[in-house]
Design a protein around this ligand. Structure first.
Ligand code: ARG
Length: 268
């Protein structure tokens, strides 16, 4: 690991209106019970964890009728102060895009309006100098070229193949400038080979880790905040020299989200 722990600037959205009312990924069951108050307290704990680590957490106002807006990672991709806005695949989430774009514009960022479907940091992750970009379920392959043009970093296309791991950030976590953790079987054979070539020392997650959304973790280069249920991954990270903090986001997992989904990094 590199010890590049730096104070980060995160954007989050309180799950005031969180609910599971539609099904756009296999984790979501609108018929199953969920507890909004528990979702809020679990989210508050995540926010406090970031604050305790010395990070800045900014908030966007949650809007009624947008139960998935808590998943701020899907609100944009920000590199060097450049913002690539989002365009959701599903109509249920479409109105989140202008809300996030306005948040950035109100703070002086220029927002590039995307021409193709892309769900922000759910599928586009900065790893050192390159952007890893998922496709297969949500973000369109055509958006990868647009991402490279707007954010000015080389984009590596990765093909997701398992519907349970529909966003890149459910199957892969950037740990620091040079390393990642991932679930190989969530990727096509060609993409697995590319990941092996780029990250020969990657931490390989187990199916049990992935099944509790363990890879949906947030790393500042030194400390990895991940679902407490991901015990194999926690052990592997510790062995590799990272600090870990386990958080319980069981209610948000009912919508298919974990710590990373709730967190958008603002790189100015
Ligand atoms: N219910 C949301 C959806 O399916 C969950 C989004 C999770 N976000 C993420 N970055 N993986 O769109």
């Amino acid at each position: 690991m590199t010890s590049s722990a730096m104070p980060r600037r995160y954007l989050m959205c309180r799950p005031t209106h969180f609910a599971v009312t539609y099904r756009i990924n296999p984790w979501m069951d609108p018929a199953a019970p969920y507890d909004n108050a528990l979702a809020v307290s679990q989210w508050e704990n995540l926010r406090q964890t970031f604050l305790d680590l010395g990070h800045t957490v900014e908030l966007i106002d949650p809007l009624p009728g947008l139960p998935d807006m808590v998943f701020a990672a899907n609100g944009g991709t920000v590199v060097d102060g450049r913002v690539l806005g989002v365009q959701f695949r599903d109509a249920e989430r479409a109105d989140e895009a202008p809300a996030y774009a306005s948040w950035f514009r109100d703070r002086g960022f220029e927002v590039h309006e995307p021409k193709h479907t892309n769900e922000g940091e759910g599928d586009i992750l900065l790893a050192g100098d390159v952007l890893l970009a998922g496709t297969g379920f949500r973000t369109a392959h055509a958006s990868h070229a647009e991402t490279q043009e707007v954010l000015r970093r080389p984009v590596i296309t990765l093909q997701l193949v398992d519907p349970a791991y529909y966003h890149l950030d459910t199957a892969l976590c950037v740990l620091d400038e040079t390393n990642i953790a991932y679930l190989p079987q969530a990727f096509s054979p060609g993409s697995q080979a590319v990941l092996q070539q780029l990250f020969p020392h990657a931490i390989i997650a187990t199916p049990q880790d992935a099944a509790v959304l363990g890879l949906n973790a947030v790393s500042d280069g030194r400390t990895v905040v991940l679902p407490v249920q991901a015990t194999d991954l926690t052990a592997s990270l510790t062995k590799a020299g990272y600090q870990t903090i386990g958080v319980d986001l069981s209610e948000l997992r009912k919508a298919g989200g974990g710590p990373k989904c709730c967190t958008l990094e603002v790189r100015s």
